[in-house]
Design a binder for this molecule. Structure first.
Ligand SMILES: *Cc1c(COP(=O)(O)O)cnc(C)c1O
Length: 496
């Protein structure tokens, strides 16, 4: 197999092995690690993927990227990740609803798609640390818009040789998301609410990563930082797998013939999930359009429309909070790609972004964006699509998934493209009961998330997922709230 090396989008760190890139999380110049080339799967090999189980497929895709891991090492990691923590033995069931397919990525331990990568990442990191002969304790620092935090906590809780600190916007997550986090068990975990939004949390975490003084101090105490955010390449690559799985499932069911192209509509925030789809396409998976669906924080929609990324705008708290983001970190990886892998261009644009909150790509770069269709859904449309789909098909989706469906509907209206389409379903409706139930009937808007769990289960004839049942009588064990400027001090208090 061809060796794959990892380079920084900004040019400083070059030729890192996968295990080194995974351990570092982010490059020293603030850039993100990207594979030096995307491995290609030819037709003959693609045909062989058709009858693979999810785990077999995961091994086949991931080993092409993480070439310094042995097959045995990766297999062990994958077996530990995708086990009975997942409620469905298919791992990611595909549901047909009317003419649309929903790839349900939310049957893991925290009921959101982030489990797909975060069940695997701790095992990849432990293995990587062994390979790099690292004897320091790994400290995971994570900023979360709601779902990453819990998924990372579940993944890393009680994993030997690791500690994890999660920062979440105190006012920016659902009640259930918050309860999931602040009740987290495990002596190696720390959860902190911040007075600010997700972008505040994320940019401060990025800053702390590059704080040399703190790094020294940790070093002396035998700690080193890593990241579980989707800036870590160890999160991105495992997400490529389910795009292949969705395609193969359509093939197995005879919905498409081999070689037919399909569309994916992806509810997007930090641009990690849809970037994995873009990588799948580059690997040779027959994909027509990648529909990038935003909520009212429509910064990506505007970018695809006019080539200018402009983060200088009001931050809107929506009913799809995991997508309330104005700085989509992973877009940097796409920018690098469409610039012809030119770090000088990336540096220039990212400097513009940090100094002026905006940048504009060249005409030729804009040309490369045509595989994407950008759209956004208003709060009203999001609610309406939940209700319509439920009334017509008795299929209940969460708010994030509804954004993707809603944008897909607009795409259909604009293009009349009848290509088979998979809507990527990123969260269980049980995670956002208040918003979802209010979509069905406004009378529920006076009740709290947890009170509506039973009602939702009855009305939609869905079993209450085990992780939600467990929440009822879990005790709050984390109650720290701090300002953005105090985040660093909280980390020091926890570790030193
Ligand atoms: C994180 C998240 C998203 C957005 O995914 P990105 O990779 O950040 O674009 C969408 N839906 C849900 C439920 C999420 O948790």
């Amino acid at each position: 197999m061809k060796e794959i090396y990892y380079n920084s989008t900004r040019g400083l760190n070059k030729n890192f092995t996968a295990s080194r890139a995974i351990l570092n999380g982010i490059s020293e110049d603030g850039g993100l690690f990207i594979p030096h080339t995307i491995p290609f799967i030819d037709e003959e090999e693609l045909k062989k993927l058709k009858y693979m189980t999810y785990k077999e497929l995961a091994l086949c895709i991931i080993e092409k990227f993480f070439t310094d891991f042995s097959k045995e090492e990766l297999k062990e990691c994958i077996d530990l990740a995708y086990d009975n923590k997942f409620e469905s033995d298919k791992i990611v069931p595909l549901e047909k609803v009317g003419d649309v397919f929903y790839l349900e990525l939310f049957h893991g331990p925290t009921l959101a798609f982030k489990d797909m990568a975060l069940c695997l990442l701790p095992h990849l990191m432990k293995t990587a640390a062994k390979k790099q002969k690292l004897h320091k304790e790994i400290v995971i620092l994570t900023a979360t818009s709601g779902d990453t935090g819990k998924a990372a906590l579940e993944g890393f809780a009680n994993v030997e040789g690791t500690k994890i600190v999660v920062f979440f916007p105190e006012q920016g997550v659902s009640k259930i998301q918050k309860k999931q986090m602040v009740t987290q068990q495990g002596g190696n975990t720390k959860v902190v609410g911040i007075e600010g939004n997700f972008d505040d949390a994320q940019s401060e975490v990025k800053k702390i990563f590059n704080d040399h003084e703190l790094k020294e101090e940790l070093n002396e105490n035998s700690y080193r930082f890593s990241s579980a955010n989707s800036i870590n390449i160890g999160r991105l690559i495992p997400q490529v797998v389910y795009y292949f799985y969705g395609y193969m499932e359509l093939l197995r069911r005879g919905e498409i013939n081999f070689g037919n192209k399909i569309n994916f509509s992806v509810p997007t925030g930090n641009f990690g999930n849809i970037l994995a789809a873009y990588y799948a396409k580059k690997m040779g998976l027959p994909i027509n359009k990648l529909i990038c669906a935003s909520n009212e924080n429509r910064v990506l929609y505007d970018f695809f429309e006019n080539g200018t990324y402009d983060a200088e705008r009001e931050f809107i708290l929506t009913i799809s909070p995991s997508m309330d983001i104005l700085i989509s970190s992973n877009l940097e990886r796409l920018i690098y790609d469409i610039s012809g892998k030119d770090s000088t261009v990336v540096n220039k644009l990212m400097t513009n972004l940090s100094e002026h909150s905006k940048y504009t790509v060249s005409e030729s770069m804009k040309e490369e964006l045509k595989v994407f269709y950008g759209g956004f859904a208003s709060e009203e449309e999001t609610l309406k699509c939940i209700k319509e789909t439920f009334d017509t098909y008795q299929y209940l989706m969460d708010t994030h998934t509804s954004v993707a469906y809603s944008v897909y509907k607009n795409y259909l209206r604009d293009t009349c493209d009848d290509t088979k389409t998979i809507v990527v379903s990123t969260a269980s409706p049980f995670k956002f009961t208040k918003s979802v139930m209010s979509a069905l009937d406004t009378k529920y808007s006076y009740q709290e998330d947890l009170e509506l769990v039973e009602v939702m289960s009855k009305i939609a004839s869905l079993e209450i997922p085990a992780p939600i049942r467990k929440l009822e009588d879990s005790k709050v064990v984390h109650n720290t709230v701090c300002k953005r400027e105090e985040m660093k001090e909280e980390i020091r208090k926890f570790l030193l």
